[in-house]
Design a binder for this molecule. Structure first.
Ligand code: ADP
Ligand code: MG
Length: 822
């Protein structure tokens, strides 16, 4: 409306001395913003709002929303957006799939727009997500609805080099990120200024506020200005006063749209449970999959090892439905691929950990199966929330071990979750135990995965906090092991010691638990940027059972009776010929002590000099060579690997002790940097402990000051640069404005022929969204949905959203930009 007015004014004044179109446009924008501000101020936050057009939104947001086919508001949107537009802090709670994402993205765009936020104002809004996948998804929605804005937005989720991200961070207006990575940048990237942030959003807030992210989030908040708008969203909202205090929320508006609802889950969701003894779980899952080949299914497990094992095992047995698996231990690229594949697939089954439990909006999921009982009812709500999203229906089945039934059902009841028991049809149940045993026997890799899966499952039960639901002693472990195809239950050493209690209190962070696994954490969830817990990953020695040892031998000539029965083919022939090797291998496994030679013992060939390396080489007992390296024990060349060392001086240097750094005094005498002073002198100065403390204190202070100084200098430089850039831009703008009938609007980067960037899921890197005014030429490259938007009323001032296709690096972009602007 306001715009129409101003354009009419523009026409009316066309007789007056000719005005520069740019000046006019700027004026129009200012009018626009002033009216918007007024409308927001007049907004009655209590009035129910049905359609986005009723809200005081900028043209750009309105176009973005309608191009993405968002017309009417959901309940949470209708109640939260008005408050958020007015700058209020918000605690938003609404069921899964009810549209919380837009409830914070729209206000972010709008509030920054009304503040006329530009590149030079730096970071204006920060959105935290507990997982990378969710961050990517939020970012995608932001790109869609923000395509007509001129903000730059970035995704900071790790998985790419810090340096690359660093370079672009400084110019971002809106960032979507995982807490760990964000903190890393805040601590380490000097050019990254966070003191101007206007809005902080925590999606899945209760998860971000819980123990796993606690210290990270606290540290992030320390970097942010106190005066800001903070918004928290989740289906299971935190109301803890302590949490709110940590974020210094100011008089937050608590918006809970489904508080009075009869159930905590979407009404379109059918929820069931089956009681299955642990050893039958996989049979039941298999039978279920075989009978649901035309469905889209997510199956939740409690640890990434189980996911891997079941995925590998089922894959080999070819159930007839495409299988996918996703957990936090996968590489970032794979995670993105799999998320994308599952999103776009019509029927497939995704085995996953709780890394996908929260927030992810996979389209049209039919079934959510929880093979392992969730740790609490909130996790249950989020897991089942992957189906029945936004007015669609869906079904969920929870598998309960008989020992878990009573406890878990009462937990669900407390949370108003309607769930009904169903039974499995016995005639449809197939057993795959035999097959699994056979496969595990033939494939030691699979058996190894099975053992890992077993251990991590049992551990996950052991460390659960809710002992009324989870009782490890009630589990039939031997049968469970057999059902995974293992010859017996691997022995598990449970964690003892004084810190057991605190560990139990952190059930989501199974990775903190001392593990008998060398490389992986247990849980798929906390990995995102939770650097701290990673560091703590304990390195206790691996617990190995006799089974482990037995099956680590490559050629097994001693079988348990149980196993001998399982072998149907190629046993006799295979065994007899392999026996010889087997003993040799076994020897190697069991004899841990390496061959040892006494260097002094017998030197028949006095020292020679190795021609290649210049090192002194001796021959010692057993014909073994020993290389004499300065200041060290001789290095024995007793293996092929070490023999290779002899060929390279560089490699040998590794074994040398590091050199000493010397300083020279005025007389030219060399001294070590830290020379020991005379003991008496030292004692004269007081107690050693006191001196040590004082020294430490001084040094710490010195380092701190140096750090502060460095950061200040870096920031100052950055500011100066920015100021210069701003000056330049201003000068250029004015110069352009003076030019008569200024030609087409400058385009920062012409991405002709660019296509489909929109749907590309970024490869875990920080992505830029540059949003800029188009030239006329660009029109023909507009995508379909943009086409639609262009039917809107504001054709000639339309702003197109673009993304670099040809232009790949920042340098390219800058070159382009300066070329065009210059
Ligand atoms: P939540 O965060 O509450 O779980 P999302 O924000 O992920 O929910 O939205 C769930 C689904 O609903 C998404 O697919 C989204 O596109 C759709 N959606 C959200 N708001 C609207 C709306 N106003 N109109 C139509 N669809 C919507
Ligand atoms: Mg969400």
């Amino acid at each position: 409306m306001a715009r129409d007015q101003s354009s009419r004014n523009g026409k009316a004044s066309s007789k007056a001395p000719r005005q520069n179109p740019r000046t006019l446009k700027r004026k129009r924008n200012e009018d626009d913003i002033a009216t918007l501000k007024q409308r927001v101020a007049d907004l009655d936050p209590k009035a129910p709002i049905e359609s986005f057009t009723e809200l005081p939104l900028s043209e750009a947001t309105r176009l973005g929303l309608s191009a993405s086919h968002f017309k009417t508001l959901t309940d949470i949107q209708s109640r939260a957006i008005s408050h958020a537009l007015r700058g209020r802090d918000i605690l938003g709670a609404a069921k899964t799939g009810s549209g919380k994402t837009l409830a914070f993205l729209v206000p972010i765009l709008e509030n920054l727009y009304r503040k006329q936020w530009t590149e030079y104002d730096g970071l204006g809004a920060l959105i935290l997500s507990p997982t990378r996948e969710l961050a990517i998804q939020i970012f995608e929605v932001l790109r869609k609805i923000g395509r007509h804005h001129t903000f730059s937005a970035g995704l900071v989720i790790g998985g790419k080099s810090l340096q690359e991200e660093r370079e672009r961070l400084g110019r971002m207006n809106i960032l979507v990120c995982t807490p760990g990575r964000m903190l890393q940048h805040m601590d380490q990237t000097a050019a990254f200024e966070t003191d101007n942030i206007q809005m902080l959003v925590l999606d899945e807030a209760d998860r971000i506020m819980d123990m796993g992210f606690q210290s990270t989030v606290d540290a992030i908040v320390e970097h942010l200005p106190k005066e800001r708008q903070t918004m928290l969203f989740s289906a299971t909202q935190t109301k803890k006063v302590s949490d709110l205090a940590r974020l210094s929320l100011q008089d937050p508006e608590y918006i809970s749209v489904h508080e009075a609802a009869t159930s905590a889950t979407p009404s379109t969701l059918q929820q069931h449970y089956v009681v299955t003894p642990l050893p039958d779980k996989l049979d039941t899952l298999w039978s279920f999959l075989r009978s649901s080949l035309k469905s889209k299914i997510i199956v939740f497990f409690s640890s990434s090892k189980e996911v891997r094992f079941v995925y590998e095992a089922f894959r080999h047995m070819q159930p007839g439905i495409p299988l996918l698996h996703l957990h936090g231990r996968q590489k970032q690229g794979a995670r993105v691929d799999i998320t994308h594949k599952f999103s776009t697939s019509k029927n497939s089954c995704l085995f996953a950990t709780d890394v996908v439990a929260r927030g992810l909006d996979f389209p049209a999921v039919d079934w959510v199966i929880q093979l392992d009982c969730p740790e609490d009812s909130d996790t249950y709500i989020h897991r089942v929330g992957r189906t029945a999203r936004y007015e669609r229906d869906g079904r969920a089945v929870l598998f309960l071990e008989p020992s878990e039934e009573i406890g878990m059902l009462s937990r669900l009841e407390q949370k108003k979750i309607p769930i009904e028991r169903i039974n499995i049809r016995a005639n449809k149940q197939q057993s795959i135990k035999h097959q699994l045993q056979n496969m595990c026997f033939k494939d030691p890799q699979l058996k190894y995965l099975g053992q890992k899966a077993f251990t991590s499952y049992v551990k996950s039960i052991h460390i659960q906090k809710d002992k009324e639901v989870f009782d490890v002693k009630a589990l039939p472990l031997e049968e469970f092991a057999a059902s995974l195809g293992l010859p017996g239950a691997p022995r598990i050493k449970f964690i003892k010691g004084e810190d057991t209690k605190s560990r139990k209190n952190a059930p989501r962070h199974l990775q903190l638990v001392s593990s008998d696994d060398e490389d992986e954490d247990e849980d798929g969830e906390g990995e995102d940027g939770n650097t701290e817990s990673k560091k703590k990953k304990s390195k206790e020695p691996e617990v190995r059972t006799k089974y482990d040892r037995m099956f680590e031998r490559r050629n097994q000539d001693v079988f348990t009776e149980h196993y001998t029965k399982l072998i149907y083919e190629d046993t006799e022939a295979g065994n007899s010929s392999k026996t010889g090797n087997a003993t040799a291998d076994a020897d190697e496994d069991f004899l841990a002590v390496k061959r040892r030679y006494d260097v002094e013992e017998e030197v028949d060939d006095p020292t020679t000099k190795d021609s290649d390396t210049g090192m002194q080489v001796k021959k010692v007992a057993g014909g073994v060579l020993a290389v004499q390296i300065a200041g060290k024990d001789p290095l024995l060349i007793d293996s092929n690997r070490r023999e290779k060392l002899l060929q390279s001086r560089k490699k040998l240097l590794k074994y040398k002790s590091p050199g000493k750094k010397l300083v020279y005094d005025d007389d030219g005498n060399a001294h070590e940097i830290y020379e020991l002073e005379d003991e008496d002198d030292f004692k004269k100065r007081g107690d050693a402990e006191a001196q040590r403390a004082k020294f430490l204190e001084l040094e710490t202070e010195r380092a701190r000051l140096a750090d502060v100084r460095d950061k200040e200098i870096a920031k100052q430089k950055k500011r100066e640069k920015k100021e210069q850039r701003r000056e330049r831009a201003r000068a250029e703008r004015e110069a352009a404005a003076e030019e008569e009938g200024a030609g087409p609007v400058a385009v920062l980067a012409p991405f002709e022929g660019e296509e489909g960037g929109e749907d590309d899921i970024p490869d875990g890197e920080m992505e830029d969204v540059k949003i800029q005014p188009p030239s006329k030429k660009q029109k023909k490259f507009r995508r379909d949905d943009e086409e639609e938007a262009s039917n809107g009323p504001r054709k000639n001032t339309k702003i197109t959203f673009n993304e670099p296709a040809e232009v790949q690096t920042l340098e390219d972009l800058e070159a382009f930009a300066s070329g065009l602007l210059g």
